[in-house]
Design a protein around this ligand. Sequence first.
Ligand SMILES: Nc1ncnc2c1ncn2[C@@H]1O[C@H](COP(=O)(O)OP(=O)(O)O)[C@@H](O)[C@H]1O
Ligand SMILES: [Mg+2]
Length: 256
Amino acid sequence: MIELSHINKSFVEFQVLDDISLQVTEGSVTALVGPSGGGKSTLLRCINLLEIPTSGTIRLGDAVVELSPGKKPGWNEIQKIRRQTGMIFQNFQLFPHRTALENVMEGLVTVLKWPREKANAHARELLAKVGMAHKADAWPSTLSGGQQQRVAIARALAMSPRVLLCDEPTSALDPELATEVVEVLSKLASEGTTMVIATHDLRLASRVADHAVFLEAGKVVEQGPADRVFGAPQQERTRRFVSSINASQGGYGEGI
Ligand SMILES: Nc1ncnc2c1ncn2[C@@H]1O[C@H](COP(=O)(O)OP(=O)(O)O)[C@@H](O)[C@H]1O
Ligand SMILES: [Mg+2]
């Protein structure tokens, strides 16, 4: 459903993504893992054209964008891709002057032009899905990080994206609050939500992902079924990374 072919991205002279190709099938969860600076966020942002790749092809549903130096996609092409994606950020990025409910309603009312009553009812359903119905009228600043992230997930789901792109969704949270976000993402995965998650939280990745891609210095070092990449990595580099993370995360990797 998503196909990236030979994606390259350079910032001025510096090549951040080097010939990345990967496929994400409908209903699957892909984890992008690897050391900091490896290109995970940039790759995620290339999928919805928040960053424009220097070259390569992106296919998302029936939208196809081919990129090459000197060939920038048009606004309509960008929108065709972006409308099919929802994004979750490390720092939540809720609108601070809107309640949880209003955050979730916002896109329905302003972008999709739903009547307020219908948007309100759907937003309440989505808040219930992420276990936040009881905080519908709360301001973001009064919510814990885990609660804010769950509202942000409900807000992204409101636009019915084909794929949810998550950039380090648990990284700003201490382990207990991260758990509640992992639970929600895991539930969405089991319901068949297609997701691509950049994360260094191997507990999240091993719990939720079917497919794992290990990126370092802009290159795919290894990719395959998540249980194999985490449990029996083929590459020495991946093996070292997985064991160092498991050690530092105090056994998060258990059960992989
Ligand atoms: N806007 C930018 N301009 C220049 N360099 C950037 C920009 N964004 C990211 N980079 C560089 O690209 C590399 C990959 O970054 P990033 O995708 O954020 O990696 P990760 O998410 O794996 O930590 C890093 O070396 C980073 O400094
Ligand atoms: Mg990143």
